[in-house]
Design a protein around this ligand. Structure first.
Ligand code: SF4
Ligand code: SF4
Length: 77
């Protein structure tokens, strides 16, 4: 992966199955969401460890690594 300062992790709301795996593994509480509701990543809290990306089920692949300056914030508001 390129320099972490240049990327951010966002959840694609169209792919997220709300399984909660990212929320459970996230060390900072940045990955947030309620049961059966699309999850989101609070960028202010995210340390870009990549754990959510690792744990997101292959069939969902909802956690995206995108350029840090991208407008996309994963939605979910
Ligand atoms: S990259 Fe790490 S800190 Fe950021 S949301 Fe994912 S698990 Fe949490
Ligand atoms: S691990 Fe992936 S599918 Fe599961 S809640 Fe997080 S982003 Fe959504």
């Amino acid at each position: 992966m390129v320099c972490k300062d240049l990327v951010k992790f966002v959840i694609d709301p169209d792919k997220c199955t709300a399984c909660g795996a990212c929320k459970r593994i996230c060390p900072t509480g940045a990955a947030q969401g309620e049961k059966e509701v699309v999850h989101r990543i609070e960028q202010e809290l995210c340390i870009k460890c990549g754990a959510c990306h690792e744990v997101c089920p292959p069939k969902a692949q909802a956690v995206m690594i995108v350029p840090a300056h991208a407008e996309h914030n994963g939605g979910g508001d």
